[in-house]
Design a protein around this ligand. Structure first.
Ligand code: SAM
Length: 237
């Protein structure tokens, strides 16, 4: 594989200026509805908390963070990412949207979150867990910083199971996506990496078993858009 895990931050720094545009273009804006669905589940999970404390892990350009802030107007949100380039785009976005008062950004790895235990009512990682250098360590760190009864939501792309849809998916992901990615961002490799990382991501059963082995309870998942995206939900007991 051309892009090694340790170069993830550099890769995202490189594509940060065009990330939002490409994201919405490549998914035909469906990514927005996937995040919205996950945040709706989060809202339900923290409905008993007056002023929830939320952690957005691998927040990137803050699309996930903004969605959380809009749906939970009383929430305080900490958003972390390893790419300064992505964080900078995110910071400017939340300033523009006048949400900066409730959101704090930090450059931090999911595998080592600088924070005490039992702080957050909910944590979310949207399209980021696939990129973690040490996935299990990242999941365990999120468990550590969640309060007891806190909820984790993981939103991740996945390969569809249906053969026909998978045929179109492969055509799109293997051929068109790197070309469009190269044209808009100048970085074809990043979009080839996207396809490879989705292909290597564990199947739902396997990923749910990983969540359980990391210590999460009440693990479930939902397939969206013919299985192109999945939302995993789990609890800290
Ligand atoms: C595809 S973007 C997702 C951004 C955002 N959550 C969204 O919904 O659009 C993935 C992000 O994960 C970040 N990332 C990758 N590995 C990470 C890690 N180990 N810890 C924290 N962030 C990480 C990258 O820098 C990148 O910004």
């Amino acid at each position: 594989m051309a892009i090694e895990k340790e170069n993830i931050a550099l890769m995202f720094n490189d594509i940060a200026p065009t990330y939002d545009k490409l994201n919405h273009l490549l998914s035909l804006n469906v990514d927005k509805s996937w995040r919205r669905k996950a945040v709706r589940l989060m809202k339900k999970a923290v409905s008993c908390v007056a002023k929830p404390k939320i952690l957005d892990v691998a927040c990137g350009t803050a699309d996930s963070t903004v969605q959380i802030a809009r749906s939970l107007p009383k929430a305080r949100i900490d958003a972390i990412d390893v790419s300064d380039g992505m964080l900078e785009v995110g910071k400017q976005k939340v300033e523009r949207l006048k949400l900066a008062e409730r959101i704090s950004f930090y450059n931090s790895r999911a595998e080592h979150i600088v924070c005490q235990n039992d702080v957050y009512d909910a944590a979310m990682v949207a399209f980021g867990v696939r990129n973690f250098a040490d996935r299990e360590q990242g999941l365990k760190e999120m468990l550590r910083v969640l309060k007891p009864s806190g909820t984790l939501l993981v939103v991740e792309l996945s390969e569809p199971q249906n053969r026909l849809i998978r045929w179109f998916y492969n055509l799109y992901f293997e051929n068109m996506l790197p070309r469009i990615g190269k044209r808009v961002s100048g970085n074809a490799e990043a979009y080839r990496y996207l396809q490879q990382s989705v292909a290597r991501f564990p199947m739902p059963k396997e990923f749910m078993a990983m969540l359980e082995s990391c210590g999460y309870a009440d693990v479930r998942h939902k397939a969206l858009s013919f299985g192109l995206c999945r939302i995993y939900q789990a609890k800290k007991v």
